[in-house]
Design a protein. Structure first.
Length: 248
């Protein structure tokens, strides 16, 4: 009975000593509390009761930064959240230098988001998203670099404005659209008046062109099946009769 128990214990210990690490993982090994290094991927053995392994994933991790209440530089209260993409580049540092690298990265992202957004005007936050994203990524990456973390992307996800500010911005946009419509209408009328002036000048140079235009307009009116058309007699016709000499 005793040998069977020993065999079972030995089998259990050996089974726990066999470790398999996937391609996207690394095993950070500690021997009697001292860092040995990172192993993997593949199969390897740990010395029972002496070595301990902490498994770290090397895949890119994504997390949402919880909405942060921020007062902008122009004293507008807003809520803003973001999305952060990062990955472990040095498994040993991510275990030794910080207790929980994921939670620590999230806390730094929250404080950095509040600090950066609080230094900007509301119009800058709404119009310069890409610039803000690059600045956030740079700051967070620099602060997490000692932990072996690489922050690749930071994106502001949503900016929530107060209802009064939303109504004010909607009214401002409506007024701007009305102003543009009036400007376009005025420009169109100005161009039309210029064209009419130019056309009048050209017709004044050739009086017969005015008569031809008159006849063309009359033809268009006649095509609409009107019953009566009144044609004014051109003054030039009377002038032609006045210039004729009496016959001898």
């Amino acid at each position: 009975m005793f040998p069977i128990t020993v065999v079972i214990i030995v089998v259990i210990v050996l089974a726990n000593s066999i470790k398999v690490v996937n391609e996207y993982e690394r095993g950070v090994i500690f021997r009697l509390g001292r860092l040995v290094g990172a192993r993997g991927p593949g199969l390897f053995f740990l010395i029972p009761m002496i070595e301990r392994m902490v498994k770290i994933t090397l895949r890119t991790v994504t997390f949402d930064v919880t909405p942060q209440e921020v007062m902008t530089k122009d004293n507008v209260p807003i809520k803003v959240n973001a999305v952060v993409w990062f990955r472990v580049m040095d498994p040993q540092k991510s275990v030794v230098e910080v207790e929980n690298y994921q939670m620590s990265t999230m806390q730094i992202a929250q404080t950095t988001l509040r600090g950066v957004v609080g230094q900007l005007l509301l119009d800058e936050i709404l119009a310069e998203r890409e610039t803000i994203n690059r600045k956030l990524q740079q700051i967070i990456d620099e602060q997490t670099d000692p932990w072996g973390i690489k922050v690749s992307i930071v994106e502001i996800k949503e900016v929530e404005l107060p209802e009064t500010m939303k109504r004010a911005m909607a009214r401002q946009a409506e007024v701007e659209r009305e102003r543009r419509a009036k400007v376009i209408n005025a420009e169109g009328e100005f161009q039309a008046s210029e064209n009419l002036v130019n056309a009048a000048r050209e017709l004044a140079k050739q009086p017969m062109a005015l008569h031809l235009r008159f006849l063309q307009t009359a033809a268009e009116i006649a095509s609409e099946k009107n019953s009566t058309l009144v044609f004014p007699i051109p003054l030039e016709l009377f002038q032609m009769f006045g210039k004729q000499k009496p016959q001898e």
